[in-house]
Design a protein around this ligand. Structure first.
Ligand SMILES: Cc1ncc(COP(=O)(O)O)c(C=O)c1O
Length: 396
């Protein structure tokens, strides 16, 4: 089937967080909404069909993930990433963030430190702080064009400091964002290897959020961190889902892969009060993984063209701004520091002058100030309208 991603779907009055919360959060309703990371596109037809078929059976009682879903995940991870996992390694969660909260809760004590590589997806901070832990930043290095990991600084974080101010590290885990939201990096195998080796040496768990793993918009390959070696596999908990790739976030279904048996048991134990899951979510995840390839192929072509359109437009018509071109995700990270505004001025400018609802860079942690994150998963005509608004506002 040919998908028409140019088609505009009116998402207003559908209880869409992106489109129906903007008055409350941004204070006006004339904005183009390009913030929350879901897509303004329909999901794959096979998913819709599978849900309809399930809906025809009118009993929606408690359910568990079907055996065929486990098989679909196992087959997909082997096919796409060469990762041979066992059925018992899979634990389902009601979304990746839900799983991250559990992971931090299960493996830390209040006061422990958790490393993140900011600027990064801000719910990581909440998952850490809401569990009584401290966020420890290993800031990404940025040369004005590209972000990389700062391995020297990471090594230093693990070392006790005996001179004033004294610091005894209490690091339990590092939450890795791979591909990285918001800067769009798809980490190379070499980068992941260097990171993982430091974590293993320091007995630091790697919590790998790989939810954007299939959304590759550059000429890159995604390496699943756990596939680097058996040791990595034992040191890593991986979170994945179909929710970003196939636009199923509202079905709140995702999974963790936990090869380390001891950690898996701890993780499961910590989730004792969780609901058994969303039956439609299980059905949708399986249909997407089994029958979603044609959709994904077309989607990636469209997203890549959107990235190019967005980047070319800014380079040609608003050259004071700089697009950090994503290799992965459908999010563009834009450097607006040349406008010389502080965080609040930039926020006001985007809302009141450009009339765009975006994610302010500063919410992604230090290093994000002066940046804005644009969600490019929308029909191109909407993207064009947004760019015209931005161009006009910058001119004024
Ligand atoms: C890196 C990352 N992790 C997790 C999520 C959210 O996943 P979920 O809706 O499954 O909690 C997002 C959504 O934008 C994300 O970008």
């Amino acid at each position: 089937m040919l998908y028409n991603f140019d088609h505009i779907i009116n998402r207003k009055n559908t209880n869409s967080i992106k489109w129906d919360k903007s008055i409350k959060l941004f204070g006006r309703d004339d904005l183009i909404n390009m913030w929350v990371a879901d897509m303004d596109f329909p999901c794959p037809e096979p998913v819709v069909e599978a849900i309809k078929e399930r809906a025809n059976d009118p009993v929606y009682g408690y359910s568990f993930p079907p055996k065929s879903l486990y098989e679909a995940i196992i087959e997909r991870l082997a096919r796409d990433y060469g990762w041979k996992i066992k059925k018992e390694w899979l634990v389902f969660t009601a979304g990746v963030v839900n799983g991250l909260y559990s992971a931090v809760g299960a493996f830390t004590n209040p006061g422990d430190e958790v490393i993140v590589q900011s600027p990064v997806y801000y719910p990581f901070f909440n998952a850490i702080r809401d569990n009584g832990c401290q966020v420890l930043h290993n800031h990404l290095a940025f040369d004005g064009e590209r972000y990389t990991m700062d391995f020297n600084n990471l090594e230093q974080l693990f070392k006790p400091v005996t001179a004033f101010p004294v610091r005894m590290p209490r690091i339990k885990m590092l939450i890795l964002c791979s591909p990285h939201n918001p800067v769009g990096r798809v980490w190379s195998k070499e980068e992941l290897t260097a990171l993982g080796e430091i974590c293993i040496k320091n007995n630091c768990m790697l919590i790998a959020d790989e939810v954007h793993c299939a959304l590759l918009v550059g000429d890159v390959k995604h390496t699943v961190t756990s596939t680097i070696s058996r040791e990595f596999e034992q040191q890593t908990i991986t979170f994945m889902s179909a929710s970003k790739t196939f636009n199923l976030a509202g079905l709140a279904t995702s999974f963790a892969v936990i090869p380390n048996e001891h950690w898996r048991n701890e993780f499961i134990r910590s989730r004792a009060g969780q609901n058994s899951g969303n039956s439609f979510g299980y059905i949708a995840l399986e249909a997407a993984f089994r029958y979603g390839d044609e959709y994904l192929h077309q989607l990636l072509l469209y997203l890549r063209a959107n990235v190019k359109f967005f980047t070319d437009y800014i380079n040609n018509k608003i050259p004071r701004l700089k697009v950090i071109k994503p290799e992965g995700t459908y999010l563009a990270w834009v450097d607006l520091r040349s406008l010389g505004m502080n965080a609040l001025e930039l926020q006001h400018f985007m809302r009141s002058k450009a009339r765009l609802a975006l994610d302010d860079g500063y919410v992604f942690g230090s290093g994000g100030g002066g940046f804005q994150r644009f969600n490019l998963a929308c029909p191109r005509i909407i993207l064009q309208q947004a760019l015209e608004r931005l161009e006009q506002a910058v001119k004024e």
